[in-house]
Design a protein around this ligand. Structure first.
Ligand SMILES: Nc1nc2c(ncn2[C@@H]2O[C@H](COP(=O)(O)OP(=O)(O)OP(=O)(O)O)[C@@H](O)[C@H]2O)c(=O)[nH]1
Ligand SMILES: [Mg+2]
Length: 344
C-alpha cells in the first residue's frame, strides 16, 4: 500500500517514515503533504515553551497522560508530542533525557512521540515542524503538543503554529523576571509556574501578574488570573470584550501536581477560541502567512533562475565599484527581468 494510505489507516511505522521524508523536504514528503492537506485542520495544536530546564518535557508527559484517560463516556484523545530541539549545546543532552522520561508513555498506541532536529537554514526548522504537525493532524491526532525552548525568533515562529501557547516558568527568577523574554509572555495563553515545590513561587506569580498587566493594559486583567476567574469571564464571551485572560497556574510536574488544571485550561482555551471565532482567525492568519512565504520564495527562485549569472555578477561589480547603489542595481535587474520576459 501507498505510504500516505498507510499513514491514514494509523500505521505507526509508516507515519514515522513519512515524517522523516517531510522533515528532509524530499519530493516524497512534499507530495504527501499535498495529498494529506485536505484531511488536516482538525487537531488542537498546543505549544509549550519556556527557558531551558523549567520542566516542559515533564509537564508534556503529564498532560499527555491525562488526555489519554477516558472521561465520562468520552473517547480519550489521540495525542502526538513533537519535541523540537534547537540543537544548542546545552539542550543536546536534554533530548536524551526527554526520551527516557517519555518512555513510560511509549507503550500507549494513542500517543506518538517525535523529536525534531534543527537542520538547514534559519526558518527551516519552523517550516519542517509545520510540515510534521500537518501530517500528524491529518493522521488523526486530536491534540498535538509541541515543545520548544523559548530562546529566539525561530522558537517564536514555531509557537505561532499553535492555537494555544503555554509558557512555562520556574520560581527563583523572582525579581530577575526580565530573564523572561517579554515577547514570549505576549504570546502566552496559559502561564505555568512549574517547580512549585521550590521557594519563590509567590514572588514569581506576582512578577508575572505585573508583567501581564503592563503588557495588556485596560483589558481588565487586574488580579484575574485564576482559572475560576477566567471561567466567569468565559461565561460572558460574546457579551464582553474582555477576551481570554491568561491564567497563571502552578505545578509540580515531577509529582503530577497541577497537571489536571493545565489540562482544564487547555480545554477551556480551545472552547474559547471556537466560541469567539478566534480559532478560525488564527488558522486563516497562519495559512495566509504560509502562502505568502511560499509565494515569495517561489517568485524569487523563479526570477533568479531566469537571470543569467553574468548579468547578476555585472551588477554586483557595479555596486562593489560604487558606480551604482544597491537600490539602483535592483531596479535595473528587475527591469532586466521584464525585458527578458518580453523578448523571450
Ligand atoms: N523540583 C522539581 N523538579 C522538576 C519539576 N519538574 C521538572 N523537574 C526537573 O527539572 C529537570 C528538567 O526537567 P525537564 O522536564 O527536562 O525540563 P525541560 O524544560 O523540558 O528542559 P529542556 O527541554 O532541556 O529545556 C528534570 O531534572 C526534572 O526532573 C518540579 O516540578 N519540581
Ligand atoms: Mg525538554
Amino acid at each position: 500500500m501507498h505510504l500516505v494510505e498507510r499513514v491514514l489507516t494509523g500505521e505507526r511505522l509508516a507515519l514515522a517514515r513519512l515524517l522523516t521524508q517531510v522533515e528532509n523536504d524530499t519530493p516524497t514528503g512534499q507530495a504527501a503533504l499535498d495529498e494529506l492537506f485536505p484531511s488536516g485542520g482538525k487537531a488542537h495544536l498546543v505549544g509549550i515553551t519556556g527557558a531551558p530546564g523549567t520542566g516542559k518535557s515533564s509537564l508534556v508527559n503529564q498532560v499527555a497522560r491525562l488526555f489519554r484517560q477516558p472521561g465520562a463516556g468520552v473517547q480519550p484523545a489521540k495525542v502526538a508530542i513533537v519535541a523540537v530541539d534547537p540543537s544548542s549545546p546545552f539542550t543536546g543532552g536534554a533530548l536524551l533525557g526527554d526520551r527516557v522520561r517519555m518512555r513510560d508513555l511509549a507503550g500507549d498506541p494513542g500517543i506518538f512521540i517525535r523529536s525534531m532536529a534543527a537542520r538547514g537554514a534559519l526558518g527551516g526548522l519552523a517550516r519542517s515542524t509545520a510540515g510534521v504537525v500537518e501530517v500528524l493532524d491529518a493522521a488523526g491526532f486530536d491534540l498535538i503538543l509541541i515543545e520548544t525552548v523559548g530562546a529566539g525568533q525561530n522558537e517564536v515562529d514555531i509557537v505561532r503554529l499553535a492555537h494555544t501557547t503555554i509558557v512555562v516558568e520556574a520560581p527563583g527568577m523572582g525579581d530577575d523576571i526580565q530573564a523572561i523574554k517579554a515577547g514570549l509572555l505576549e504570546i502566552a495563553d496559559i502561564l505555568v509556574i512549574n517547580k512549585a515545590d521550590r521557594p519563590g513561587v509567590e514572588n514569581t506569580t506576582r512578577a508575572l501578574k505585573a508583567m501581564l498587566e503592563l503588557g495588556r493594559p485596560g483589558r481588565g486583567y487586574a488580579g484575574k488570573h485564576t482559572l475560576q476567574e477566567n471561567e466567569k469571564a468565559l461565561d460572558s464571551v460574546g457579551e464582553s470584550q474582555s477576551g481570554w485572560m491568561p491564567p497563571i497556574l502552578t505545578s509540580i510536574a515531577t509529582l503530577g501536581e497541577g497537571a489536571a488544571e493545565i489540562v482544564q485550561a487547555i480545554r477551556r482555551h480551545g472552547e474559547y477560541l471556537k466560541e469567539s471565532g478566534e480559532w478560525g482567525l488564527r488558522q486563516r492568519e497562519r495559512l495566509q502567512n504560509e502562502l505568502e512565504d511560499l509565494l515569495q520564495a517561489g517568485l524569487v527562485a523563479r526570477w533568479r533562475s531566469r537571470l543569467p549569472d553574468d548579468v547578476f555578477q555585472a551588477s554586483v561589480d557595479a555596486v562593489v565599484g560604487r558606480k551604482i547603489s544597491p537600490q539602483q542595481a535592483v531596479a535595473k535587474l528587475l527591469n532586466f527581468g521584464v525585458n527578458y520576459e518580453v523578448q523571450n
